[in-house]
Design a protein around this ligand. Structure first.
Ligand code: NCD
Ligand code: ZN
Length: 337
């Protein structure tokens, strides 16, 4: 049987939530990945060292004995250099959300004014703390990311020593911009390599494919696919796996987020294999993240076999039910048992 082994796979953008949902979903990431960037959009958002450390401990408890390193992040707001020096060893990045743009981002930044943010961003640059950015404006939904390019550009120019990660990019404009400035990097999700707005809303509405940023046009998907498949050194896999309870997705007023953790690696193998680019997959899911975030590779290796796997209709436990992408469908690769 055909097999592939992936060394030290990282997921550089995950929402693990808290409480019962954390207990259900954390093992589904730690089973296949060796670590990942944990996003801080809890309620209340993570903005103190104590809150970050306590959350990290809850994550470690939820994953049990799996070899998985949660790389913690703080919710961006103005912080002093003293505060950042004190918290530095507990975090891998700080995540900036424009206010109100996505799930639990109400406490985010309302105007991205490079001058007003300079004290915090300069301190982050000096202390080598990367800035992860949810890059969307409050404009028309299909244009939000494109409109944000001028903000990324202003940040990249004003803070040349700051590492800026353009999170979950979805447009060809973002693919172009990330290559233009040395201090810009990006993550790409699973779903944005597969779907366009047509898959979400072109036929019957598919709530489980609805996320922020929303999937865009075919030419955008093509640009994302090309740069991911090339193994480009500035591009990392970040699933943006964002579980919401089934009843909040299959609802009038559907929460944004696609849940992909348990199937992400398997589906990525299928994608890279279909395009004849398997030799670049480890760059996308591991090496680029190691280089960009200066991570220590893990000794964890995941072997996948070419064997059909029927994706469960839902993952259930601890009183929670969450529906994954491709629920009920057959994918071509499975985890080796
Ligand atoms: C994320 C969530 O639910 O936390 N949702 C999403 O659609 N991606 C938040 C985010 O990353 O925007
Ligand atoms: Zn996210």
């Amino acid at each position: 049987m055909e097999k592939i082994t992936l060394n030290s796979p990282f997921d550089m953008h995950i929402h693990l939530r808290d409480g019962d949902m954390l207990k259900l979903v954390a093992p589904l990431s730690s089973h296949t990945f060796c670590g990942g960037i944990i996003m801080p959009n809890l309620v209340p958002p993570l903005d103190t060292k104590e809150a970050v450390v306590a959350y990290k401990n809850r994550i470690l408890e939820a994953i049990g004995s799996d070899d998985f390193t949660p790389f913690m992040t703080l919710f961006f707001k103005p912080y002093t250099k003293e505060f950042l020096e004190d918290v530095k060893d507990e975090i891998s990045a700080i995540k900036l959300y424009p206010a109100g743009i996505t799930t639990n981002s109400e406490g985010g930044v309302s105007v991205i004014d490079t001058e007003a943010l300079a004290p915090t961003l300069n301190a982050m640059a000096e202390l080598n703390i990367p800035l992860c950015v949810h890059g969307e404006t409050n404009g028309f939904v299909m244009d939000r990311e494109k409109e944000f390019m001028s903000v990324y550009e202003a940040l990249a120019v004003a803070f040349p020593k700051l590492k800026i990660i353009m999170e979950h990019i979805t447009t060809k404009e973002a693919v172009e911009l990330v290559q233009k400035y040395d201090n810009l990097y990006a993550t790409i999700t699973l779903q944005h390599l597969f779907i366009t707005l047509d898959d979400v809303a072109g036929g019957m509405l598919k709530p489980h494919l609805f996320c922020k940023p929303i999937a865009k046009r075919p030419e955008d998907k093509e640009a994302l696919l090309n740069i991911a498949l090339s193994g480009h050194s500035k591009i990392m896999f970040g699933s943006d796996s964002a579980p919401h309870p089934k009843h909040k997705k299959e609802a009038c007023g559907c929460a944004a987020g696609v849940f992909t953790s348990p199937i992400a690696l398997q589906v990525l193998v299928e994608l890279f294999e279909t395009h004849g680019k398997l030799e670049n997959l480890e760059k996308f899911v591991s090496q680029n993240a190691i280089d960009i975030y200066k991570l220590t590779p893990s000794s964890k290796a995941i072997t996948l076999v070419k064997k059909d796997f029927v994706v469960p209709e839902a993952y259930e436990g601890f009183g929670e039910v969450v529906v994954p992408m491709y629920a009920g469908e057959t994918i071509k690769w499975s985890l080796e048992k």
